[in-house]
Design a protein around this ligand. Sequence first.
Ligand SMILES: Cc1ncc(C[n+]2csc(CCOP(=O)(O)OP(=O)(O)O)c2C)c(N)n1
Ligand SMILES: [Mg+2]
Length: 409
Amino acid sequence: MSGSLPLRLFVPEPSARPGDIPDFSHLRFDPAGAVARPDPCSAESTLRHLPYALLRILDEEGKAVGDWVPDVSADVLIAGLRAMVQTRLFEDRMFRAHRQGKTSFFMKSTGEEAIGVAQAMALAPGDMCFPTYRVQGWLIARGYPMEQMIHQIYSNEKDPLKGRQLPILYSARDYGFYSLSGNVGSRFGHAVGWAMASAYKGDTRIALGYIGDGTTAEGDFHEALTFAAVYRAPVILAVTNNQWAISTFSGIAGAEHVTFAAKALAYGIPGLRVDGNDFLAVWAATEWAAARARANGGATLIEFVTYRASGHSTSDDPTKYRPADEAAHWPLGDPVVRLKAHLIGRGDWSEERHVQMEAELTEALRTAQRAADAVGTLGKSKPPLSEMFEGVFKEPDWRVIEQRRELGI
Ligand SMILES: Cc1ncc(C[n+]2csc(CCOP(=O)(O)OP(=O)(O)O)c2C)c(N)n1
Ligand SMILES: [Mg+2]
């Protein structure tokens, strides 16, 4: 057609690149306490404002404000703080272990610890989480042995998964931690399926599925939401929006004009948008969605707004694609610092106790690492070769038998 403009694609760009001043002015943040807490069993049609608000409980001074404040004792909050600090120390130590050649690969969740930790503590022991690699704090909060984690990270003889998974793709059914998958998004649908099975059997357990902001662009996300909404599956669907998917910013997954929580609207389920660096807000939102699911009210989508303070993995260098100091400018702060300030403000914690706790945790980690080092680091010790033939088929298969004979084991 003459006179028509040539068509152009729009490609979103992040607000700052290396060398620029970090800029988060495009993000909308409500003050703490601004969002009213509806009854968890409210009709979905009355909850449609929530995906555009931001649920926050801890204010700038560390005070817990508003009607979402959960009824959690100081001891439990201290346990949460401890698990977050332990996660951070553990991850820093394992990152160094990678640089020392002790493992092939590692990923950290620095800045996002409140999500896995608070959810592990707020949900019931029989519930099942379908994790991403970004929530290993769940395992730490539930007391999974550090030494066992390190054996897997080293892929040594005592690796509980016998060398069949990447170093950090844990599997721990007894801790409510379903096997992690390297194929991002694949577990979101499994969470819904598991929850549907629980309801089908008349059980009382609910599921929690995790997905990253970038992975919401995959079909798995939308398939899972369809099933969850249609069958009112007792599931919490958590999007950890840490602003980045490796080197790709969240705008590429559609974050610029609509929140991830707002994707729930199209499916007719509630969507909560929550400050993911506010331990109490993560707890309260999880409790709310769990109460709804347990009352047969169905699924809730929760977007946890957070920031990936570290690189994507040991293979990544984030200074190549974002300002080096962007994490320090993140307007929602650091989850450890915020919970610590809250507890100190209440008179339940002190700088001295914090330092002492860090020292204790460091010592326990050192002991666990020493024990794993003694078994063997990467390549120095391996699960027995015969393990690769075990647990593959229920009945021995002729191909496996033949291959095993060829290897003489
Ligand atoms: C199906 C699939 N596609 C691509 C990859 C490669 N990959 C691994 S992590 C990742 C980014 C995921 O980003 P996000 O969902 O935001 O999670 P985050 O790492 O930020 O927690 C990609 C593309 C993969 N592992 N699986
Ligand atoms: Mg991400």
